[in-house]
Design a protein around this ligand. Structure first.
Ligand code: FAD
Length: 446
């Protein structure tokens, strides 16, 4: 009987979104691993949540995200600065990866103003470019935020000129382009190739793909929500289930904002309150959102992933108990109920327009369009035992295998996640592995 020859790599990355491509970039540039494969099921990179049509295109620094504590904001700041340095140093041959934009968070009414002013005092030393603006100053930068606002309604904002609108798909492609220039590396990229199963045979993981079998000592799954599915197929991550939270956008084709404008957020909620973001590829178009609605699929515009959702989240007593715990919080319940309204035809648009009026009081329903082509799904991990919704990038580490699950702000965190993941490989490869973290830090210094 003929034995099938299986191609062997030091390491295989599954998933060609912003996380997988950033990991490949860091492995190719700063480690001594010489044979690396990346497997992506679609025809091109970043077709799911990292696509520029799926997310808000924000590089989050933690300064205007009012649900982040200072501690969390500083972690996000480090991540954003890594991407910022990369963007400022990289020439892209295929069009823009980013655009600079001012960004602000708006406080409406006395209660929010007090919270914002306190926050400004705590944050300004860590974010020296932040400014506190009064109504008149806001109006000079964003006239429509002030125009037609009730004169009794006071507003303030904290604002920085140093904001970035990022096309994360273009960034993913740039990582690939740069890593491909590395000499003496054998990097194989499999596009249009889906990983169907993973199994462990002695020292190797064998991946059954839609085209062939491949194997490696170490595997990293950067497949968004699907990472949990693969983890569970190997007996990892059993204590988690997934809440896929879809985010949709309403779009104004008219230039109603000059830069990014966020609103104040309730502390407990892991999702940003409504914000307006000019599109990098059409700066006159502003997307408002994202909404937040739990739906039982793992990938937007891919109904077939309903079955993957069922496999990932086996509904049992513990899952139901965790769900009851989550929705019995009155803030979360209110938030879910409100967001369900937004997607209902006709009245949804009316209600969302009322929400957007917090940013632009004079906006009318006719100016807004619910854009079906936009939006993605945030894969929120929930701990079955505690009912806790995990914030930020989730990571499950197994025996020579890592699974990354990446809700917002996962795109901002791409290089930080990549660095943290690559650091863990020393344990898997032992003394033969080197990662020049200093060179990476130097390479990403401004
Ligand atoms: C509405 C919304 C707004 C957001 N806004 C922001 C923002 O402004 N800023 C920010 O930083 N973050 C934002 N995020 C979060 C951000 O988009 C994600 O965290 C990030 O894109 C995740 O990247 P990823 O590479 O981990 O996952 P993905 O981009 O989902 O990539 C996963 C990849 O794995 C591939 N894959 C899956 N299964 C297989 C398989 N079996 N075989 C091979 N390949 C497979 C997929 O095809 C895909 O390419 C937002 C998210 C949403 C939903």
């Amino acid at each position: 009987m003929n034995k099938i020859k299986i191609k062997k790599y030091d390491i295989i990355i599954v998933g060609g979104g912003i996380t997988g491509t950033a990991i490949l970039y860091v492995l190719g540039k700063y480690t001594n691993l010489s044979s690396i494969a990346l497997v992506e099921k679609y025809f091109d990179f970043a077709q799911v949540n990292s696509n520029n049509t799926s997310n808000s295109q924000t590089l989050h620094f933690g300064d205007i995200e009012t649900n982040y504590s200072l501690e969390k904001a500083l972690v996000v700041k480090e991540a954003a600065e890594m991407v910022e340095s990369y963007l400022l140093k990289t020439k892209n041959s295929n069009g823009p990866i980013y655009a600079k934009s001012h960004k602000m968070v708006l406080a409406v009414g006395d209660k929010e103003i007090k919270i914002l002013e306190d926050r400004f005092k705590n944050f300004k030393n860590h974010y020296p470019k932040l400014r506190l603006l009064d109504k008149k100053e806001i109006g000079e930068i964003e006239p429509k935020v002030v125009k037609r606002r009730n004169p009794q309604e006071d507003i303030r904002a904290i604002m920085s000129e140093d904001g970035y609108i990022v096309d994360y798909k273009a960034l993913a492609k740039s990582f690939i382009e740069n890593v491909r220039q590395e000499p003496e590396k054998n990097i194989d990229i499999f596009l249009n190739t889906s990983v169907e199963a993973v199994s462990k045979k002695s020292d190797y993981y064998i991946l059954k793909t839609s085209k062939e079998f491949i194997k490696a000592k170490v595997v990293i799954f950067a497949t968004g929500a699907h990472s949990l599915l693969f983890a569970k197929s190997l007996g990892y991550g059993e204590k988690y289930f997934l809440l896929p939270v879809a985010g949709n956008f309403y779009v104004s084709k008219e230039k109603v904002l000059n830069g990014k404008v966020y609103t104040m957020q309730k502390e407990k909620l892991p999702f940003a309150a409504v914000h307006g973001d000019p599109d990098i590829h059409n700066i006159n178009e502003v997307r408002f959102g994202p909404t937040a609605k739990v739906i039982p699929i793992l990938e937007r515009r891919n109904a077939g992933t309903f079955w993957d959702f069922l496999k990932t989240t086996k509904i049992d007593f513990k899952v139901l108990k965790a769900l009851v715990k989550i929705i019995s919080d009155k803030d979360i319940f209110g938030f879910i109920a409100q967001n369900m309204l937004y997607d209902i035809p006709v009245i949804g648009k009316y209600y969302y327009t009322q929400t957007i009026k917090k940013i632009i009081p004079g906006i009318s329903e006719e100016k807004l369009k619910f854009e079906k082509r936009l939006g993605g799904i945030r894969p929120q991990l929930v701990n079955k035992e505690t009912g806790e919704v995990m914030m930020g990038v989730g990571e499950i580490v197994g025996d020579n295998i890592i699974f990354n699950v990446t809700p917002s702000p996962g795109a901002t965190a791409c290089l930080q996640t990549a660095r943290n993941t690559v650091k863990k490989l020393a344990k898997f490869f032992g003394g033969e592995f080197t990662f020049d973290e200093e060179k990476m830090a130097d390479g990403l210094k401004r």
